[in-house]
Write a protein that binds this ligand. Structure first.
Ligand code: SAM
Length: 285
């Protein structure tokens, strides 16, 4: 995907191209995200989602945007060889990572594809999950309608997205932080999706049964933490946006790391989990 967006970044690089290069669409950023998503706080969120899903052996499950495939691997361990885990991700490097991670589970099938055009028959999945994906999907209403279509009546879906305005990040220059985060908001289609997700889910045909909030919380600086990964992602992404130079982005990152060394680091951001069902018989388990 390299269509021009009509928005031109200050350095002349098309922003959509830059989003792909800066986040999760090439090999280097797929690897960076894979590393960041091994942080304990992200593992904990995956465990919460997995627990909520109450999967059983033999179930047929879909992961929309599995990325590096951590959740697909864990779901496959539960549904076992009598079940199926399918995944659709638009990034070939991500698909390669997910396939590698699930290489020993031949009931896992990960394909390159679009959340807005799922290559499955209607009503075939018992359960579906999509974490940190719909906030990137411009046609999110179409994607949610697709998700509803492929679930069986009574099937359940679990959706996680971040509200990026919920960031609390200790810093020594609030105006610079404001500009940095404003530029970071450009890395995805919907930086504030959770607040409007309930009506979108209902419109797509779902019944919303539960909503929870899960903070990513790093009260200390640790290079292997979630926020250290986000810090590096923001630093590289914002250069050329909002008039931010590389030197300014580097100074912003250095400020945060210095706070870490001084024992004054503090970061949190909220992810939101939506549990929904597709109404109809047979009832979900
Ligand atoms: C932030 S990663 C999350 C990965 C994984 N769900 C997780 O939580 O570990 C977002 C993933 O969504 C995929 N993605 C984004 N937009 C997509 C779309 N329209 N269709 C399919 N996949 C998409 C990206 O390629 C990437 O792998």
């Amino acid at each position: 995907m390299a269509e021009t967006s009509g928005l031109e970044a200050a350095d002349g690089i098309d922003p959509i191209e830059k989003i792909e290069n800066g986040l999760d669409f090439n090999e280097a950023t797929a690897r960076a995200l894979e590393r960041m998503y091994q942080a304990p706080e992200v593992q904990l969120q995956r465990a919460v989602v997995l627990h909520s899903m109450s999967l059983r052996a033999g179930e047929v499950v879909l992961d929309v945007g599995p990325g590096p495939g951590f959740l697909a691997h864990d779901m496959a361990a539960i549904v076992g060889p009598s079940g199926v885990v399918s995944g659709i991700d638009q990034s070939e490097p991500m698909v390669a990572l997910a396939r590698g991670r699930c290489a020993d589970q031949d009931w896992v099938d990960i394909q390159v594809g679009e959340a807005t055009d799922l290559p499955y028959q209607s009503g075939i999945f018992d359960a579906a999950v999509s974490t940190q994906v719909y906030e990137y999907v411009e046609d999110v209403e179409i994607a949610l309608a697709e998700l509803c279509r492929v679930l069986r009546p009574g099937g359940r879906a679990f959706i996680v997205d971040t509200d990026w305005s919920s960031i609390v990040w200790a810093n020594r220059d609030p105006e610079r932080m404001r500009r940095m985060l404003e530029a970071w908001d450009q890395h995805l289609a919907y930086p504030h999706l959770p607040a409007s997700l309930t009506p979108k889910l209902k419109q797509a045909g779902f019944q919303v049964v539960r909503r929870d909030v899960h903070p990513m919380f790093n009260p200390e600086y640790n290079p292997d933490s979630y926020s250290a990964g986000i810090l590096e992602g923001v630093r590289s992404f914002v250069v050329g946006r909002n008039g931010i130079s590389e030197a300014e982005a580097d100074a912003w990152a250095a400020d945060l790391r210095e706070l870490g060394e001084a024992g004054e680091y503090f970061f949190s951001v909220n992810r939101y989990l939506f549990q929904v069902i597709k109404p109809g018989l047979p009832s979900e388990g």
